[in-house]
Design a protein around this ligand. Structure first.
Ligand code: ATP
Ligand code: MG
Length: 366
């Protein structure tokens, strides 16, 4: 897949910018705070309809502006698409998604036109952070593979919000307890494909990440694997199982005012040589594990779309030792890659096709 043009309007510290990155490797170089990560974030927004680093769309609108937009032109095999997202500062206005010049009603319709894998410093949270971060990793991967997955999680979270709101109403002796069954049914219907897809994806992810880990670390004896953790993971029929769990825990849920079972409680266990990685591995080992997961993500997306995703590397190279850096770069060959660096020195040994200098929200050919 090729990104041929990126256009931003009032996005972060960019009033206006148009870039035409070549195939191969483009480096954005500039001082801290210049706006390098902002460019990668805009590309991520075009792929997934959201930032990789903030849940608040409004953060991406240039300070003092009412609206912000990012557009990308992409080429894949013989097809050419233009996708875009417009954000609004006003609370009650929803973001607008464009596909080939038309607005589309659902964010899901954006998915798959343009795919990316982002390596960023925030990735360490996949190892160290709350289960939410690992679910989000899976959700972003699967949403890029299949829009049906994205619709399922959207439906699920909408039903969950309604169910939890009803639990709170019931506690105040308002609302109709019968209505719980309606939300339970919606939860179950959406949860079933979510659990199946997550379960299958984690098996594939684990096999691939294990290989990548061994390759990047260059150390045979360390074995990295991933395990899907869900109260529904072992069931042949996760929907039926969730229905039983929801019924059995109804009293508890009413007391705690929240829903105790379901894929919103899932987690991903990261295991290195038999030990849970979080409390055991070194900083460098954790970083290698995360890189291995991202590389596995590339494989899965390439397989799903019969075409490699765009690679976005934010500040990752400077943190790796030389051997790891060389092996990582070696495994990325052939894909269009956009990366950031504060200093070209950190790219020793790499020959970029294009170097762009970023200074205070402006981009110059270096
Ligand atoms: N909504 C916004 N409106 C205007 N400027 C913003 C907005 N959000 C962030 N900025 C500015 O963008 C800059 C940060 O950009 P970015 O994160 O891309 O920097 P960077 O070049 O990646 O730096 P580093 O090398 O430290 O990672 C900061 O100067 C910040 O003030
Ligand atoms: Mg940055």
């Amino acid at each position: 897949m090729r990104l041929t043009q990126l256009r931003l309007h009032d996005f972060r510290n960019y009033p206006q910018v148009t870039l035409m990155p070549p195939a191969g490797v483009t480096v954005f170089v500039g001082e801290n705070g210049a706006g390098k990560t902002n460019l990668l974030e805009a590309i991520h927004l075009c792929c997934l309809g959201r930032s990789h680093r903030t849940p608040f769309d409004r953060d991406m609108i240039r300070l003092g502006c009412k609206t912000s937009a990012a557009y990308s032109r992409v080429q894949r095999h013989v097809t050419r698409d233009e996708v875009g997202v417009r954000l609004f500062a006003q609370q009650n206005l929803r973001k607008t998604i464009y596909v080939n010049g038309k607005t589309v009603p659902r964010i899901g319709e954006l998915m798959g036109h343009m795919t990316c894998v982002m390596f960023s410093p925030e990735d360490m949270a996949i190892v160290k952070g709350a289960p939410q971060v690992r679910r989000s990793f899976l959700d972003m991967l699967l949403s890029q593979c299949q829009p049906a997955y994205f619709y399922a999680i959207q439906t699920y979270h909408a039903a969950l919000k309604q169910r939890n709101a009803l639990l709170k109403l019931l506690a105040k002796k308002r609302g109709n307890p019968k209505q719980l069954e309606v939300w339970d049914e919606q939860l179950v219907r959406a949860a079933s494909p979510m659990v199946r897809m997550r379960r299958e994806a984690v098996l594939t992810l684990s096999d691939l990440a294990k290989e990548h880990y061994t390759f990047i670390s260059g150390r045979e004896p360390e074995v990295f694997v991933l395990r899907y953790q869900s109260s529904l993971s072992g069931s042949g029929d996760p929907g039926e199982m969730l229905m039983d769990q929801l019924a059995a825990s109804r009293e508890d849920d009413m007391r705690r005012l929240t829903t105790g079972f379901g894929p919103h409680r899932d987690d991903l266990k990261l295991v290195l040589s038999g030990q849970e990685i979080r409390g055991y591995a070194s900083q460098g080992q954790m970083r290698t594990a995360v890189l291995a997961m991202r590389l596995a993500e590339i494989n899965i997306l390439t397989q799903a779309h019969r075409d490699a995703p765009l690679l976005l590397l934010d500040d990752v190279l400077s943190e790796l030792d030389e051997g790891r850096r060389a092996r990582l770069l070696g495994s990325l060959g052939g894909m269009q890659t956009l990366l950031t660096a504060t200093d070209l020195e950190t790219l020793a040994g790499m020959k970029p096709d294009c170097v762009l200098k970023v200074i205070d929200g402006k981009v110059f050919i270096a």
